[in-house]
Design a protein around this ligand. Structure first.
Ligand code: DQA
Length: 147
C-alpha cells in the first residue's frame, strides 16, 4: 500500500456547520489532521481531497488505481446517484472503502442505495469522524494480513 487517498465528495467542505446534529462538529480539516497523524505514525503517505464535482472524483479514483493507492471514499450524495464513480472504481481496480459519517440506513430511503458498495472492499457508516479512522484501521489490518 504505497499511500492512502482519502476522497471526499459534495458538501463535505461544509462539515462543522452543516447539520451538526447529523454530521457532528468536526470539520474536514479536523478529520484530515487526525488521519495525517495516524498515517505519519505508520510512515504512510496521505492524500486528502474534497470536491463538489463528480468528474474530479472520477479523475482521483483513476489516479489512485494507477499508483496502487488504497482509497477511503466518502462520495456524499454521489454515493446514491453516480454510475460514473461505480465505473471508475471498477475500471481502475482501486481498493475502496466506502465511508459515511452518518448511518445512511437509518435515514431517508434514498440514502439506502449505494452505487459504490457493490464495487467497494467494505463499507463503514454511522460513526461520525471515527468512520474514517475505522476505515484506515481496516486497510492497515488488510495490508498486514494481505487479505
Ligand atoms: C454522507 C451521507 C450522504 O447521504 C450525504 O449525501 C452526505 C454525507 C455521510 O457522510 O454521512 O453528503 O456521505
Amino acid at each position: 500500500m504505497p499511500a492512502v487517498h482519502v476522497l471526499n465528495g459534495p458538501n463535505l467542505n461544509l462539515l462543522g456547520t452543516r447539520e451538526p446534529d447529523v454530521y457532528g462538529r468536526a470539520t474536514l480539516d479536523d478529520i484530515k489532521a487526525r488521519l495525517a497523524e495516524i498515517c505519519a505514525a505508520r510512515g504512510l503517505d496521505l492524500v486528502f481531497r474534497q470536491s463538489n464535482h463528480e468528474g474530479d472524483l472520477v479523475d482521483w479514483i483513476q489516479e489512485a488505481g494507477k499508483v496502487g493507492a488504497a482509497v477511503i471514499l466518502n462520495a456524499g450524495a454521489f454515493t446514491h446517484t453516480s454510475i460514473a464513480l461505480h465505473d471508475a472504481i471498477k475500471g481502475s481496480g482501486a481498493t475502496v472503502v466506502e465511508v459515511h459519517l452518518s448511518n445512511v440506513h437509518a435515514r431517508e430511503n434514498f440514502r439506502r442505495h449505494s452505487f459504490i458498495a457493490p464495487v467497494a472492499r467494505g463499507v463503514i457508516a454511522g460513526f461520525g469522524a471515527d468512520s474514517y479512522v475505522l476505515a484506515l484501521d481496516a486497510l492497515f489490518d488488510r495490508e498486514e494480513r494481505k487479505t
